[in-house]
Design a protein around this ligand. Structure first.
Ligand SMILES: [Mg+2]
Length: 400
């Protein structure tokens, strides 16, 4: 379908209304409501040992395409097969059949977990990119418009810090501050995962706290410091950790333990705000998390939770419960932009995650290049998500 300019669009609207012999506001371009999904291309881009970026590009009968982020489903990227399978379900169906796809795919999560959640979320984002392009509006307009033009980000330095020492974290924190960020997140307790002896665990706990103190030194007293404990502690050690981190004045403490009951007990005891919920899929699991009073700040991830509409629904539940929403997302620039289009319209939005320092060509993966200034991501007024994938960069760093 050839693109329609605004004048032609309005003219078709007038003639449609005249033909109908009434003044009812009927859709002017009925062809736009009949655009269907025809296929998918999948770009798998090598980033580092923590995972590739997997970018689906959905094709339509109108020639319009849309991109999404389906990264980080786990070893072997099992979501790639699911991307093909779920696009197969959508073939011949309308680009607006988001809820239909949701109903069809949600039951699959129980069996396939992140392969399902990432594939569904990636396709869903691409469909919203397409819908925005077809309507000629930025995608955030499809979610209630925007309350702000930019989205504050914190720099996650965890994925880019190879040397897990105070010096290693300090160096990457310095790089983030130099890039303009005044909020930094780290997860310095992963050394505990393979340790069982109490003395050894205590040693790694203290090393982690020393790493946090080093980053506080880089940020100064006014910067926002976020710590993710990656569920490495039992309840007793969690409460001990909370007490020991208090002097470092955290912006939030994330997922110290795993169980809802323990998270709720930690939340009650902690003087600092607590955050979590990044892996939760769909409304039900988030509802349970909220009901348990597990955290102060809910962290749905646009590439795990079910997509942009699911993110909006989850944040609305959080809003009703008086919780802030801070989407999780060490993601590709596509995923960050998809999340940002929802975040600009959230009354309870707090801050978005940005994976700092992973690859030097990150911005160039987008066309035009991604812009993050002083830690803020601007949401463009271009139609859809406002970006295309730079195929030259995507192919240059494609997984062989
Ligand atoms: Mg986390």
């Amino acid at each position: 379908m050839p693109a329609m300019n605004r004048r032609e669009f309005l003219a078709s609207f007038g003639s449609a209304a005249a033909l109908a012999g009434c003044t009812v506001n009927t859709p002017p371009d009925r062809a736009a409501t009949k655009i269907t999904v025809t296929g998918i291309e999948i770009f798998r881009i090598h980033v580092n040992q923590r995972g590739d970026w997997v970018i689906p590009r959905i094709q339509t009968s109108a020639g319009v395409t849309g991109i999404g982020d389906a990264s980080h489903a786990g070893a072997g990227e099992p979501q790639i097969a699911k991307l093909e399978e779920y696009t197969g379900l959508m073939k011949g169906r309308s680009i607006y059949d988001i809820e239909w796809l949701r109903q069809k795919v949600h039951p699959e999560f129980e069996k396939h977990q992140r392969a399902t959640s990432c594939a569904l979320s990636g396709i869903e984002q691409a469909l919203y990119d397409i819908q925005g392009k077809v309507a000629g509006v930025p995608t955030y307009q499809l979610f209630g418009g925007k309350l702000q033009d930019t989205v504050r980000n914190y720099a996650n330095i965890n994925r880019s810090t190879d040397e897990r020492t105070p010096q290693g974290f300090e160096a990457m924190a310095r790089s983030a501050v130099e890039a303009g960020f005044d909020a930094i997140k780290m997860a310095p307790f992963d050394g505990l995962r393979t340790k069982e002896a109490a003395a050894e665990r205590e040693g790694f706990t203290q090393l982690g706290i020393d790493c946090v103190a080093a980053v506080r030194g880089v940020l100064g007293p006014d910067g926002d410091l976020l710590v993710d404990a990656h569920s490495n502690f039992d309840l007793e050690k969690s409460l001990d950790l909370v007490r020991r981190l208090e002097p470092l004045k955290l912006f939030w403490l994330e997922e110290v333990s795993r169980s809802l009951e323990e998270l709720a007990a930690i939340n009650l005891a902690a003087s600092m705000p607590t955050a979590g919920g990044e892996m939760l899929f769909g409304l039900e699991s988030n509802a349970r998390y909220i009901a348990a009073k597990a955290v102060d700040i809910l962290m749905p991830d646009v590439k795990y939770c079910g997509g942009m509409l699911e993110l909006k629904k989850i944040s609305a539940m959080a809003e009703a419960a008086g919780l802030s929403c801070s989407p999780h997302g060490p993601a590709s620039p596509v995923g960050n932009m998809a999340a940002a289009h929802v975040c600009v319209g959230l009354p309870n939005f707090l801050i978005l995650e940005f994976s700092h320092g992973e690859v030097p060509w990150r911005a160039e993966l987008m066309d035009p290049p991604e812009v993050v200034e002083e830690g803020y991501l601007s949401v463009t007024d271009r139609p859809g998500l406002g970006y295309e994938l730079n195929e030259t960069v995507a192919r240059k760093y494609a997984v062989a």
